[in-house]
Structure formats: C-alpha cells, structure tokens
Design a protein around this ligand. Structure first.
Ligand code: FAD
Length: 391
C-alpha cells in the first residue's frame, strides 16, 4: 500500500480517504470477498437476452470472453433444483433460446425466493418478478474484466448515460441531488474501467492476462474526479447497507445448504455490526439532508425517472458479460437509492423496507466490486502514475 494521494473528507460524505482505505482493506474487503462466494450471493437471476428499448442491437464483441456462462441445473444449490414430483408444465421448463444448457426451472422461484418480497423497485427498469427469459448466472464463473467490448457501441451507451440522463451542466447549476446521480454513475464507470485494467488480456496469442496499469492511469487516475467519485459511490452504497442493517440481518439466506447458509448469515452480521466500521465511519453518507427544498418531491421523481432510463440502457450493452455486470451493478445502485430515499426515511415512517432477493444480491456484489476497485487503486495507483511519468 502506498501513501494516500487524496486527503481529507470524501466530498459530500462523512469519512476521509485514509479511513476508507484502512477500513476497506482491514475489514470490508476480506469479508465481502468471502460473502460473494457463498451460494446465496453467487447466483444472480438475470434477463440477458433483451431488446434494447432505444435502438436496434448492434452488439459487437471481439472476444469469446464476452459470453456469459449460465448455470447448468446440476450446479444450482439444492433448494433451487427441480423437484421430482408432479405438476410441472412444459412451460415451467422452457429452455433459453438456443442455449439448452441454460434450462431454467421457473418453479425455482417459489422455493428459493420464499420469504422475499416481489415489490417493484421504483428506481429500476426491470426486476426479477418479470420471469420471461430469466436465467441464473454463477457470478464467480463470470468475472468482470476485459472483454474487448469497445468502439461506437460502448461509447454510445456511456454517452447516453451521461448526456441524456445526467446532463453536464456547469457544476454550480447542478443541484445537490443531480450531482449525486452524476457521481454515482461516474464512480461506477471508474470501477468498471478499473476492473478492465486489473484483469486485461495482455497477449492474445498466448492468452496472457494481467494488470494494464497504463489503462488504469489513462482512464481513471489521470482524472482525480473519477477517483473521488469512486470513493463517493463506495460510501453511498456502504451507507445503504448499514441503513438496511435490521432488514439484512433478519433476511433468509436460504439455499438449502445449512452450513453455507449459516456462514452467509454470520458474514453478514460481521459486516453489519463490525465495531471498527461503526467506530471509524458510523455514517458513511448523510442522506437526511437531501430532497429538502420546496422542489424536493418533484426533483426526486425526475431523478428517479432518469435513473430508470439508465437502468433500461443496460439492455443495450452489446456484450453479454458487460451487460450482466452492468445490469447487476445498476440494480445494486437502484437498491441503494431505494433504501436511502424511497422507504423507511423520516418522512415515510409507515412504509417498511422490503427488498427483493435479487436486489440484495446485487447490492452486496456491487459493494464488493467497488471495494475491489478501491483496493486496486490504493495498491497500484502510485506504480501506475510512475510508469506513466516514465513514458
Ligand atoms: P469509455 O470508458 O467508453 O468512456 C467514454 C467517455 O466517458 C470517456 O471518453 C470520458 O469522456 C467519459 N468517462 C470515462 N470514465 C469516466 C468516469 N469515471 N466518470 C465520468 N466520465 C467518464 N468493457 C470490458 O472490457 N469489460 C466490461 O466488463 C465492460 N463492461 C461495460 C459495462 C457497461 C455498462 C458499458 C456501457 C461498457 C462496458 N465495457 C466493458 C466497455 C468499457 O466501459 C469502455 O466503454 C470501453 O473499454 C472503451 O473505453 P474508452 O476508452 O473508449 O472510454
């Protein structure tokens, strides 16, 4: 680890850079790495074959690594598996188009999703209750990394995300809440770029993978704002997780494997009630000061619609694996927004927080991705900068 380039409090947050790195490396990163390997958190239900609502599919992806490898049924946790008894209609066992290995048992839901709400998330475009064409993906087998997805197709998505949904007004014209939406997207973008740089195909001929520090520097580190936005996004999502402590502590992490499920519960508790986290950064982000003005409710609706559009744009990502992680992480952000702004706030005392199973999976996997990005920047940042000075 290197001396920190950034100092002071992360803008709009309540903790400083050094504390965030320290907490991340000592507490959060190790716990999250364990957590996302558990059966509950490693299977994500997702609709990968979707029509882009904005323009015809122009999917261009160079590498085989663009494809997602779905779960064969034999791999599902026990409670996800098809019951042997009666009553399954052929509709329940539809194969994914052209992908027989990805057969999905639609009856899984009534077992594995028992105890979880199906309430829509007002911040996101689609959700797990829309069952057509859903499949389960083992996230551990599909790491987010370089895929070769680039050029106009990728550029068009980012441009649409930034210019259509969070227009770049001169900074002072952006109200606090809009600035936050911009920072969340920018922080996520930084994290995606950092994952590309940390796991890059260095030599196609020999299939050599490794760090691309040049990319890390040129896409992220050169722009201090992008690094700052990454820290901001991390703290924002962390605050959502801590705010949902009661709910997340009591949730059912049931996959039919008692040993693994107890471990999941225990890891969640270690994270939620971590004394070091509570002492060093008790309030990672203070959501209470938002939406206060007269325009508050109207502004919230506007930003909700903007975020929903960003969520819909993920169906236009022309590379399957990028779409998987794009959808997961945008759902994770949408879940954080829901926790912080849609329910359980002081103004909504009567509305109880309810989360979908998939939202919790997305939230914790997103936090893990952001945590990995922070760690990589902290460990490799100075080396990447030195390398760049030398060239
Ligand atoms: P891009 O990353 O495409 O950036 C476009 C423009 O956005 C930049 O020129 C800059 O003006 C601005 N910008 C860049 N970063 C930030 C930031 N942090 N904050 C604010 N503005 C910024 N590729 C993979 O190899 N693997 C993946 O898993 C992957 N996942 C993706 C997921 C999504 C949702 C999308 C839209 C794309 C994904 N891509 C992935 C493609 C990747 O993000 C880049 O678009 C691609 O590598 C081309 O990079 P680029 O250098 O043209 O800049």
């Amino acid at each position: 680890p290197q001396e920190h380039r950034y100092s002071g409090i992360v803008e709009d947050c309540c903790c400083d850079y050094e504390t965030v790195d320290h907490l991340n490396e000592e507490v959060l990163h190790p716990l999250l790495q364990e957590l996302v390997k558990t059966p509950f958190f490693r299977y994500f239900k997702v609709k990968l074959w979707c029509n882009c609502p904005f323009w015809p599919d122009d999917g261009m992806c160079r590498l085989r690594d663009c494809s997602v490898c779905e779960c064969p049924e034999s791999e599902f946790p026990e409670s996800f598996k098809r019951p042997y008894h009666h009553g399954l209609s052929s509709d329940d066992l539809k194969c994914q188009e052209g992908k027989p290995e990805a057969t999905v048992d639609r009856t899984l839901d009534s077992q594995a999703f028992r105890g979880w709400t199906e309430t829509d998330n007002p911040w996101t475009y689609d959700d797990e209750t829309d069952n057509s064409e859903m499949t389960y993906v083992n996230l551990q087998l599909n790491p987010e990394r370089y895929t070769g997805y680039t050029g106009p197709s990728a550029r068009r998505i980012w441009d649409a995300v930034y210019s259509e949904n969070c227009p770049k007004y001169p900074a002072e014209e952006l109200c606090q809440e809009e600035k936050i939406l911009y920072k969340l997207i920018s922080g996520l973008h930084s994290s995606i770029s950092i994952h590309i740089g940390s796991d890059y195909l260095l030599d196609e001929a020999t299939n050599l993978w490794g760090h691309n520090l040049d990319l890390l520097y040129n896409r992220v580190l050169r722009y201090p704002n992008r690094v700052q936005n990454l820290y901001f996004t991390f703290l924002f999502v962390l605050r959502a997780v801590t705010k949902a402590t009661n709910y997340l502590e009591q949730a059912e992490y049931n996959t039919g494997n008692p040993t693994e499920d107890l471990k999941t519960q225990s890891l969640m508790r270690q994270l939620l009630y971590n004394p070091k986290l509570r002492a060093a950064c008790p309030l990672p982000f203070n959501e209470a000061r938002l939406w206060k003005g007269q325009r508050g409710p109207e502004l919230k609706q506007k930003i909700q619609a903007q975020f929903k559009n960003i969520s819909a744009l993920m169906d236009c990502v022309g590379c399957e694996k990028c779409r998987l992680w794009g959808k997961l992480q945008v759902l994770g952000l949408g879940t954080a927004l829901k926790i912080l702004f849609s329910v359980n706030g002081e103004e909504h005392l009567h509305q109880r927080l309810e989360l979908q199973r998939n939202e919790v999976i997305a939230l914790m996997n997103l936090l893990n991705r952001l945590s990995e990005s922070l760690k990589f920047v902290h460990e490799m940042g100075v080396a990447a900068e030195k390398l760049n000075e030398g060239t």
